[in-house]
Design a protein around this ligand. Structure first.
Ligand code: FAD
Ligand code: AMP
Length: 474
């Protein structure tokens, strides 16, 4: 017998599980299928984000931050400790516990919201039928009025540099290293390379990051990227720009890496090599040949602005489709699709999706960078404020960084907000709200900000657009 649903969601990452819960809340009879298996052998809904992405990386970033501060910054508070050590197994165990708590939480939420969960691999067949090869061994068939594909992404492998899970690793391996490697090589100075490189550097690894491009963090605003490069170099992250990794291979217990620089080829040796050169849509086994869903040249599921695929009532969201590979983009895209299926309005403005890099200092931005505005020929005004002039940042020992705001020269509408500094990930939220409501820099400047808070730097940057900042010479 074929079970029938209003909506079948394939994949329970932040795209799929949020969409499934929202759909059930709106009264749709909803099924969600996911194949992930946790370290305990049980179903582990939550996708890359909860299992091997956002959450475990932040757990290790926090653990390593405490270790780093204990060694380098607590002394100025008068705190000293002898024989500080890091038990890597305890740190990894703590991370695993958090992951288990959260994936278990999703199973609970599915039950509470009456989402029917199937643990297995799903394939979309013709006519909205979905076959599920369950982990338990039985195969079943479902039928959906609507289908939502949320199959996510996997790491890109460089041809000839195959992951072996031990020496040449991706994020999955880098979140589970059992001892601090003396030398860690990282290919790619993107978000994942910088975050995971920071974790192991703080724990004592000599970290070298290879980046093929000549410019550091080209996606970020140029002033923020410049400051970030300076801060990371202070932390002894050795970032080699203009450096292409050509090949790598394991010899004994070392990874031999060949790099191509402007001075020619060079050989280097590492204890581990993290390959963090981006991610690609994952669709293996997802689509039967006659299901009617098309892929793009890049292997992403092709969708229109409403996330509709080339097949009627079949939608796709998250990392499997175009757009930024971010958990919150994936979730909000799912909510928008479900709203449309339920006859409501569904909306997602890509321009107001915040980006965050959880290094120290954190980096967060929303909207346009200065270089994008220049390229688009948009007249703008800029206002900035350094955390070194913010009382709370000084009291908290976090004077590095700044807030930079960009506003339309004529209308004063906020066009971009760029923050590097402590808690940038949280501070960016008020800029997102302002931009979502098409607010101006004057709006931000007129809002009362609590004192003393880091958010006063956002306030001052807004005031500085009109050269009215109080705590800096304008
Ligand atoms: P996924 O999370 O990849 O989920 C897809 C799920 O579908 C998986 O569980 C997969 O097993 C399952 N699946 C696929 N095919 C099938 C099938 N045929 N049948 C059944 N199940 C299937 N983003 C942020 O916003 N903030 C961060 O701090 C952040 N940190 C990150 C750190 C790292 C190290 C990495 C790797 C990523 C990070 N990301 C972060 C990105 C974020 O994880 C992704 O953007 C997000 O997980 C995408 O969600 P998704 O649901 O589209 O896909
Ligand atoms: P992201 O896509 O943000 O994760 O960043 C990945 C980074 O890896 C990009 O900045 C690429 O330029 C960089 N990259 C890709 N391939 C190589 C390579 N073979 N050697 C060095 N850097 C690379």
């Amino acid at each position: 017998m074929t079970d029938k649903f209003d909506l079948i969601v394939i994949g329970a990452g932040p795209a799929g599980y949020v969409a499934a819960i929202h759909a059930a809340q709106l009264g749709l009879k909803t099924a969600c299928i996911d194949k992930s298996i946790g370290k305990d052998g049980q179903a582990a809904p939550g996708g890359t984000c909860l299992n091997v992405g956002c959450i475990p990386s932040k757990a290790l970033l926090d653990s390593s931050k405490h270790y780093d501060h204990l060694q380098h910054t607590y002394a100025e508070h008068g705190i000293s400790a002898d024989n500080v050590s890091m038990n890597v197994a305890t740190m990894i165990g703590r991370k695993d516990k958090i992951v288990k708590q959260l994936t278990g939480g999703i199973s609970q939420l599915f039950k509470a919201n009456k989402v029917t969960f199937f643990h297995g691999t799903a394939t979309l067949e013709k006519d909205h039928r979905v076959t599920v090869n369950q982990i338990s061994g039985d195969a079943i068939e479902l039928e959906g009025k609507n289908i939502l594909l949320a199959s996510g992404s996997v790491s890109i492998e460089i041809p000839g540099i195959a992951f072996d899970g031990e020496y040449i690793i991706d994020n999955i391996g880098a979140l589970d290293i059992d001892s601090v490697p003396k030398r860690l090589g990282v290919i790619g100075a993107g978000v994942i390379g910088l975050e995971l490189g920071s974790v192991w550097s703080r724990l004592g690894s000599e970290v070298t990051i290879f980046e093929a491009l000549p410019e550091f963090l080209g996606v970020a605003d140029k002033d923020i990227a410049k400051l970030a490069a300076r801060e990371f170099r202070k932390q002894k992250l050795d970032i080699k720009l203009n450096t292409m990794v050509k090949s790598a291979g394991v010899k004994g217990q070392q990874v031999e890496v060949t790099i191509d620089t402007k001075d020619g080829e060079q050989q280097l040796s590492f204890d581990r090599l993290l390959v963090a050169v981006g991610r690609k849509a994952f669709t293996e086994g997802l689509l039967a040949e006659d299901c009617g869903v098309k892929l793009s040249d890049r292997g992403q599921i092709e969708v229109d602005d409403n996330c509709l695929t080339s097949s009627a009532n079949v939608y796709a969201i998250g990392d499997a489709v175009r757009g930024p590979m971010l958990a919150h983009k994936a979730s909000e895209e799912g909510v928008a699709v479900v709203n449309r299926i339920a006859g409501k309005h569904g909306h997602l403005d890509f321009n107001t999706i915040p980006w965050v890099i959880y290094t120290e200092p954190e980096i967060a931005w929303v909207g346009k960078t200065e270089q994008q505005l220049e390229a688009d020929g948009i007249e703008y005004k800029s206002g900035s404020f350094p955390f070194a002039a913010n009382g709370r940042a000084l009291a908290g020992g976090a004077p590095a960084g700044m807030v930079k705001l960009l506003a339309d020269a004529t209308t004063d509408e906020l066009l971009g907000a760029h923050i590097i500094g402590a808690n940038a990930s949280e501070l960016i939220a008020e800029c997102v709200v302002t931009m979502e409501f098409h607010g101006s820099s004057e709006d931000l400047a007129l809002i009362v900000h609590a004192h003393p808070t880091l958010s006063e730097a956002v306030h001052e940057a807004a005031l500085n657009i009109h050269k009215h900042a109080i705590h800096r010479v304008n």
